[in-house]
Design a protein around this ligand. Structure first.
Ligand SMILES: Nc1ncnc2c1ncn2[C@@H]1O[C@H](COP(=O)(O)OP(=O)(O)OP(=O)(O)O)[C@@H](O)[C@H]1O
Length: 354
């Protein structure tokens, strides 16, 4: 960059990487603000994920692992990095891509095309399961029935089960998702704001569902979204970057913006929120929901019917609002009455609903 005096601007020009002290710095690392070169960025980024995997015992050798692949930046980088680390460190994992087709025209159909290309680029087999086949409804049809306001509830609940069912069909022993540190901080904050103690106590776990059909883990728990985007950009990874056309959730949006503001002032804020969430102690007198199984479909549930069955029932009976909102200890006709007044909404898509 030339200054007004014709000399090279000092800002960043010629600065040496603070890690290798050899190459020219090419970027400011969002997590630490260090000026580093690309090569060192790749190394620290991948090594941190490797450490997270090893320190938290995320996998066992020989495990069959489904990578929840939406075609977006997070899961694309996850698929790429995990297959690299698997080779480099001999994890011995049998990896494959698992995608859920929610039936959102102009969004998921396009992102699935990206995943199909990733299948070839990374040499990972791909399995696609769809809402239409599993539930008889596409999200386009659900939105027609319910409108834009609560559709994320359906999508989040159905996706969670769809991933489990797809993983079960493919005989996976573990499912990994691309939820990152920003998602994690956002969910902690939302659970505090909602007073959702049950979720707050579990939402920071890196592995969840060990008592359910298939454990899920989040290797990007401490990975910053900005670094994921940077990594994808520098590595020229093929991903789909459009927002969901049905995703208007204002409450989560505020939490997201708040965290981004905090990060701008102090990058460590994201990690500190996660640490705080991890260190919360839930009072032993707090009543927690007991896990059982859904009477209808056998899926894990703390109610007589799981959330997906309640929502599906409502859709099929022409009462799509049934089951929207909190329904602790309910699952009966009174739900509907309650839901009319409920100011709470279930978790939207992108949720770290554990
Ligand atoms: N349709 C899908 N099929 C398979 N996995 C999915 C799907 N949608 C979401 N996931 C999994 O859940 C994670 C979090 O999803 P979320 O909706 O928050 O998207 P995101 O933060 O934009 O992630 P991505 O960039 O991977 O789309 C994804 O990284 C992915 O692993």
């Amino acid at each position: 960059m030339e200054g007004s005096d014709g000399k090279k601007s000092r800002r960043g020009a010629g600065r040496v990487c603070s890690i290798c002290n050899e190459r020219k710095a090419a970027l400011k690392r969002p997590k630490t603000l260090e000026q580093i070169c690309r090569e060192c960025f790749y190394t620290v980024f991948e090594d941190e994920i490797h450490r997270t995997i090893v320190d938290n015992h995320l996998f066992k050798p020989g495990e069959r692992v489904a990578i929840g692949a939406s075609g977006g930046k997070d899961s694309t980088v996850l698929a790429y990095v995990l297959s690299e680390l698997n080779r480099r460190h001999n994890y011995g994992l049998d990896l494959f891509l698992l995608s859920v087709d929610e039936g959102i025209t102009g969004y998921r159909d396009d992102s699935l095309e990206t995943v199909k290309r990733n299948e070839i680029q990374y040499g990972l087999p791909l399995k696609i399961v769809s809402y239409k086949t599993l539930y008889g409804w596409t999200m386009d049809e659900i939105v027609k029935a319910i409108g834009l306001k609560n559709n994320c509830t359906f999508c989040g609940v159905f996706r969670r089960q769809a991933l489990d069912r797809g993983a079960a069909v493919m005989k996976a022993e573990k499912l990994v998702t691309g939820h990152n540190a920003d998602d994690m901080a956002e969910t902690i904050l939302l659970n505090i704001l909602r007073g959702d103690i049950a979720r707050l106590s579990r939402c920071t776990f890196i592995t969840t569902g060990e008592d359910g059909p298939i454990p899920r883990c989040k290797p990007f728990k401490y990975t910053y979204e900005k670094e994921i985007v940077m990594y994808a950009y520098f590595k020229k990874l093929d991903y789909f970057s459009t927002e969901c056309i049905y995703s208007p959730n204002a409450y989560r949006g505020f939490a997201r913006e708040f965290i981004k503001d905090l990060e701008r002032i102090r990058p460590r804020a994201i990690l500190d929120i996660i640490r705080s969430g991890e260190n919360f102690r839930i009072s032993s007198s707090t009543k927690m929901p007991e896990q059982g199984t859904c009477e209808r479909c056998g899926y894990i549930s703390s109610q007589k019917l799981c959330k997906a069955c309640v929502l599906l029932d409502g859709l099929n009976r022409g009462l799509p609002k049934q089951g929207i909102g909190r329904s602790r200890g309910r699952n009966n006709a009174k739900d509907e009455e309650h839901n009319k007044d409920s100011s709470f909404q279930s978790k939207p898509c992108g949720a770290l609903d554990v």
